[in-house]
Write a protein that binds this ligand. Structure first.
Ligand code: UDX
Length: 460
């Protein structure tokens, strides 16, 4: 099939590459000529600069100029196209609603081209980015206004976790397609023919509105798991010293009905989806006069979680941050990515600077270039207090305390490294429970405070 993917961010680029692998003729379109030139170069470093996903650059190099083409010009390729996937950013507005201006702008360009088509064949315009319930219908009305002939609209949300996008696109748990007519469904089945009769992959055919709703319910339920564990499980471990977090987790999730995913208590979930989607759903509910209590609690628990270890360090451990040097381990919102969107580390840095720290010594295996962009001293002179290091050890040198914010594997069992580099008194704030032998460290004079554990004061 001939397919256009409009928008080549994380979702669009991965989708285009994986579709081209199944032999479709795929044109990935973007307004940004620099991005398109980078993808066209095939150079992994240039591709990763925009979207850093394991296996993606290699996959692009396998199919580029055979099945996969990059372009800034849809007009030249529109004839004979069967489907257009809309993969545009839909950032949140301050009131939580989704900003559809990128999406509308792309349509302003595409709709007149669709209206001028000569081929007369059926074309389906499919929303892949997360858009509020009813957006496919909005799309339909725009295309009708432009007198586009013989078209259908559809919703096909993506559920890709970052860092595993290529593999999960090849082997998704489910493919959800929402369309109005059998003709359009037939086109979608051909796009995804490798998944239609798959024994393990659920191919779910439904209405566009249901498909849109599935995405919101799935993401807010995942965040609810996390907030439940952070707001209930972790609190139990913090309030009652003999409640062991890891045993609690295993004991509860041994029940097949209960998800294991989400039970990793943390200093909050970040990323491009969870915060944005729950805020958007709250806004959609308010607009529809539906109660939002549960959603608001889930959101608030997650936000509170991002910095509450710093408040606990002050109240439980008597920590003072003024003029102190703090090592910050982990900047990305989770391991295996350089993405810092909505990352807890942003809030941690904000809180540390507001408390007058002398220096933040940051380390992250991937996200330092990204962090320099977020913490640009031209935006806020306090960011001058942040320095960046190539190793955990260097970041720890001369620090009074450490905050572990991301679950990078290399932070697991950090006790040896900490003990090599810094001597007590030293406070460990562990947002990811990365130090299993913390009770031993306490006997050697280190203070330890973690999500899911009460403060343990140094014993010697
Ligand atoms: C998520 C969804 O998983 C995906 O289906 C959706 O399409 C987009 O949003 P992603 O944002 O890539 O994907 O991250 P995910 O792996 O789900 O993690 C989100 C955040 O939750 C991270 O900060 C992670 O560290 C945190 N998390 C996850 C926890 O704090 N505890 C857990 O048990 C699991």
């Amino acid at each position: 099939m001939k397919i256009i993917v409009a928008g080549t961010g994380f979702v669009g680029l991965t989708h285009a590459a994986v579709l081209s692998e199944s032999g479709h003729e795929v044109y990935a379109y973007d307004v940004d000529a620099k991005k398109i030139a980078a993808y066209n170069s095939g150079d992994p470093a240039q591709i990763n600069h925009y979207v850093n996903e394991p296996g993606l650059a290699a996959l692009i190099n396998e199919t580029i100029n055979r099945y996969l083409f990059f372009t800034t010009n849809i007009e030249a390729i529109i004839e004979g196209t069967d489907a257009i996937f809309m993969c545009l950013p839909t950032p949140p507005r301050p009131n939580g609603s989704s900003d559809l201006s990128y999406y509308d702008k792309a349509l302003d360009y595409i709709a007149p081209l669709l209206a001028k088509r000569q081929d007369g064949r059926r074309i389906v315009i499919i929303n892949k980015s997360t858009v509020p319930v009813g957006t496919a219908r909005h799309l339909e009305s725009i295309l009708k206004r432009h007198n586009v002939p013989n078209f259908g609209i559809a919703s096909n949300p993506e559920f890709l976790p970052e860092g595993d996008a290529v593999e999960r696109s090849r082997r998704p748990d489910r493919v959800v397609v929402g369309a109005d007519t059998e003709d359009d469904m037939r086109i979608l089945r051909r796009v995804y023919s490798q998944f239609v009769n798959h024994v393990r992959i659920a191919f779910i055919e439904t209405t566009p509105e249901t498909a849109e709703a599935i995405k919101y319910v799935a993401n807010t339920l995942l965040l609810t798991y996390i907030s439940f564990w952070n707001g209930i499980g972790a609190r139990l471990g913090e309030a009652f010293p003999n409640v062991r977090m890891e045993d609690l987790k295993r004991g509860v999730t041994a029940d097949n009905r209960i998800s294991k995913w989400g039970s990793y208590v943390s200093n909050g979930a970040g990323g491009s989806c969870f915060g944005k989607d729950i805020q958007s759903l709250i806004y959609q509910f308010k607009t529809a006069n539906q109660p939002t209590g549960l959603l608001e609690s889930v959101y608030q628990i997650n936000e509170y979680q991002k910095t509450y270890l710093i408040d606990r360090a002050i109240h439980e451990a008597g920590a003072k941050f003024n003029h102190k040097t703090v090592a910050l381990l982990g900047l990305s919102f989770k391991k295996q990515t350089n993405d810092m969107r909505d990352s807890s580390s942003l809030k941690v840095v904000e809180s540390l600077l507001a408390r007058g720290v002398k220096e933040v010594r940051a380390y992250d295996p991937l996200a330092i270039p990204e962090a320099k962009h977020y913490f640009n001293p031209d935006k806020n002179h306090l960011f001058e207090k942040i320095s960046y290091f190539d190793t955990v050890k260097e970041a720890l040198v001369g620090s009074d305390m450490v905050f572990i914010s991301t679950d990078w594997e290399e932070f697991r069992g950090l006790s040896g490294t900490i003990e090599q580099v810094v001597k007590p008194p030293f406070l460990i704030m562990d947002g990811r429970r990365m130090i299993p032998d913390y009770t031993e460290m306490v006997t050697r004079g280190y203070g330890y405070i973690a999500v899911g554990s009460p403060y343990l004061a140094p014993k010697s």
